[in-house]
Design a protein around this ligand. Structure first.
Ligand code: FES
Length: 89
């Protein structure tokens, strides 16, 4: 029986369990990625404000780009893609 406190999402092809109330930004961090996206100059960008203003946390969710990862809660089966590639820098 699955623990209802958790959902399974995919981040850049990596499947992981996260808390049902976790935001997408948390899921990206738990996947070990520091960057949600790259700036136009190629710099790694990650969550900054945490309140839906800066859009530094933008990711693609279920094929829809430009979603604010800090404002969206994870759902079972959600597919999250960052444009930060490895993102560990
Ligand atoms: S961290 Fe600023 S909008 Fe998400």
């Amino acid at each position: 029986m699955r623990d209802p406190a958790f959902v399974t999402v995919t981040v850049n092809g990596q499947s992981l369990d996260v808390g049902r109330d976790d935001t997408v930004a948390v899921a990206v961090a738990r996947a070990g990625l520091a960057a949600n996206r790259r700036s136009v100059s190629g710099h790694a960008r990650g969550p900054l404000c945490g309140m839906g203003v800066c859009m530094e946390c933008a990711v693609t969710i279920d094929g829809r780009p430009g979603q604010s990862g800090c404002q969206i809660r994870c759902r079972q089966g959600m597919v999250i893609e960052t444009s930060g590639e490895g993102g560990r820098d």
